[in-house]
Write a protein that binds this ligand. Structure first.
Ligand code: 5GP
Length: 189
């Protein structure tokens, strides 16, 4: 989407290690009008898919998922990052490797928040190696929920997550696809 590429060109900052900072408009200070545009684009793409819930991971996905859920007229659920290892029978739990923090963490969703009757749209701010998405897919699988598709604000297509998910048969809709962050420059596909 042109609007997303334009905003990244204007306000995105490239950091060491292939990291793109977007914290002035997407995941710290948030341009809600931009998020509304993202939500409308996702509605345009997935509007006929019978979505019953929008699901993301805290914290960066929450604003995007909330406004997207409002566009669809369905609830939003965010997987919580859990520090406790207790094996609560009433939660779905999965493990995710964090690209930005270089460590593993658990994510949990209450069993009463997701079930067999749900058709889920998964959303997140970034898609890089696909670890966060695979954690959410694992939770949907445990819940018996169907996945309608995956909506991403910024896909880093020089990392394998997007291709892997498409190869697995998922409909991945990304607002912008970044093919390189080399030499501090953002290049789009
Ligand atoms: P993945 O699990 O696909 O490897 O990475 C996705 C998660 O890592 C996202 O939830 C996002 O928070 C974080 N992430 C990955 N790459 C970047 C990046 O370049 N910039 C920022 N701000 N977050 C990133």
């Amino acid at each position: 989407m042109e609007f997303m590429e334009e905003r990244i060109r204007k306000d995105g900052r490239v950091k060491e290690g292939g990291v793109l900072k977007v914290d002035t408009f997407l995941n710290h200070q948030i341009d809600v009008k931009l998020v509304r545009q993202i939500a409308k684009a996702l509605k345009e793409h997935f509007g006929d898919a019978g979505v019953t819930k929008v699901v993301t991971i805290e914290a960066s996905g929450i604003a995007i998922a909330s406004i997207t859920a409002e566009e669809f007229g369905v609830p939003m659920v965010f997987a919580k990052k859990s520090k406790s290892k207790n094996l609560d029978a009433n939660v779905y739990r999965s493990q995710v490797y964090s690209y930005t923090y270089d460590r593993f963490y658990d994510i949990v969703v209450n069993a009463n928040a997701l079930g067999e009757e749900d058709k889920v749209l998964l959303v997140d701010d970034f898609l890089a190696n696909g670890q966060a998405m695979h954690g959410l897919l694992d939770i949907c699988d445990q819940a018996g929920a169907e996945v309608a598709g995956i909506g991403i604000c910024i896909e880093k297509s020089f990392q394998p997550g997007g291709q892997t998910l498409r190869d697995e048969g998922y409909d991945v809709c990304s607002m912008a696809k970044v093919k390189s962050l080399e030499n501090g420059q953002v290049e789009f596909e």
